[in-house]
Design a protein around this ligand. Sequence first.
Ligand SMILES: Cc1cc2nc3c(=O)[nH]c(=O)nc-3n(C[C@H](O)[C@H](O)[C@H](O)COP(=O)(O)O)c2cc1C
Length: 391
Amino acid sequence: MNIDKCVNLDDLRVMAKKRVPKLVYDFIEGGVDDEEGLQRNEDAFQRRSLVPRYMVDVSTLDQSVELFGRTWSSPYGIAPTGGIGNYRRGGDMMLARAARDANIPFIMSGAANASMEEMAREAPEHGWYQMYTANDRAISEDMIRRAADLGIPALVVTVDVPVHSNRERNRRNGFGRPLRLTLGTKLDTLRHPAWLRDYMKQGFAMLENWKPYAPEGASSLEVGEFMAGQVPANLTWADIERFRALWPRTFILKGVMRTDDALRAAEAGVDGLMVSNHGARQLDRAPSPLDVLPALDAAVGDRMALMLDGGVRRGADILIALASGAKFVFLGRPTLYGAVAGGAAGAVKAVDILRDEIDKVMAQIGCPSLDRLGPDFLHRDQEDAGRNIRL
Ligand SMILES: Cc1cc2nc3c(=O)[nH]c(=O)nc-3n(C[C@H](O)[C@H](O)[C@H](O)COP(=O)(O)O)c2cc1C
């Protein structure tokens, strides 16, 4: 299949699935435990619909949004995804450039294979940095200093990884620590020559942002081991307050799902929250971000910008999230699939598909600009009406 033939994000997923071995696809697509959360995230959007208003002039549409003192051309951005270099060589920067050119934010993962220095050079206004806190807080403080010195506009601290989660697909494929690939998994890589060629050229991709902290001369696999050993089970609000004090610009927490945590974040001087369950990759029994969003919105009001990710697969989903109280929306897998399927062109394609879908739905519902979008456009399925989750 040719990237030009992809008409929606799911086509990109199917194309990406063909290009990479099963262990890579499973790593990207997978959830945890019984993988109920994956469906829950997407179902939350299916349970809501948009009620169209007609006799509205929609001959000019404006999907731009103000966020953190800047105008973005569209209300969505690219969520941080780690290890991209192993799915598509150079994928981090392909996504960063696609975001820059579309004037939307790209969040570089704390487990990226490109460096924050490279991102700051190529996408100085559009590239944000997501940090995984290290057990050794001196590492985290140094990362914050590096990102601050580079002028990176926003720091996103992910808080929903207190332990490594139970990703059963990876375990079955032998794609864990230590790496114990099954014979079937190895044979499967031979059936994906384009991916294998890239892999043979460079091997396992380096975690560039962690490399300076691992023992000198460590291989990419050893740097991965080093980072894996740094998961901070003891991350607390005292750390968040310290990071906030060290960071000079926009400070965001990713993974907050409760109103009490949201209020605590506002007190700590956090500028924005990404309401997220990590794409259902950490706690399988977590509610969908969309279901908890209205309660968080009611609790924090204008004190912080609420953003959302998880289960967004269509432009209409983005509008549903905005009408439910989100200021901005991010996507993890769908944009990643663009890059995996078609490299730089695929990353651009994913971003373009979303922009076009948003325009069409805005026209269809009689909403020429996003400041007019509110809960009056939302319809919730009847059986769901009493199930608004409050946390
Ligand atoms: C392959 C993959 C890697 C991810 N890596 C990270 C990461 O390094 N840091 C992080 O905060 N979130 C990470 N996430 C979670 C995403 O940022 C985002 O929350 C999630 O993908 C949103 O759900 P969606 O994939 O349904 O859009 C990852 C997700 C995927 C699919």
